[in-house]
Design a protein. Structure first.
Length: 93
């Protein structure tokens, strides 16, 4: 069953965020994942506008998503991500 990583993203430093996304996309392919949605200004239809962009990644399974997220290679990107943006991640099947 496919699994999805949904992220709300508030970019703080565009250069750091760009460096992070470049590295994360390369790893994404290694784990069979794909970018489904990248919208810097999604339209809120109901509820509070979080003022954040939206990213949705698809993985073959939740187990593979977890392996990607906890991999040593991804852990190296975390400090860059944290400097580049405030991010909330949600994993779902």
């Amino acid at each position: 069953m496919s699994a999805y990583l949904v992220a709300n993203v508030r970019v703080k430093d565009p250069q750091k965020w760009s460096a992070y996304t470049k590295g994360a996309r390369g790893l994404l392919e290694e784990y069979g994942g794909s970018l489904v949605v990248f919208d810097q200004k999604p339209t809120v239809l109901v509820g509070e506008d979080l003022g954040a962009g939206l990213v949705i990644l698809e993985f073959p399974s939740k187990d593979i998503l977890q392996r990607w997220f906890t991999s040593d290679a991804y852990k190296l990107l975390v400090p860059i991500r944290e400097e580049g943006a405030d991010v909330t991640f949600i994993a779902a099947e």
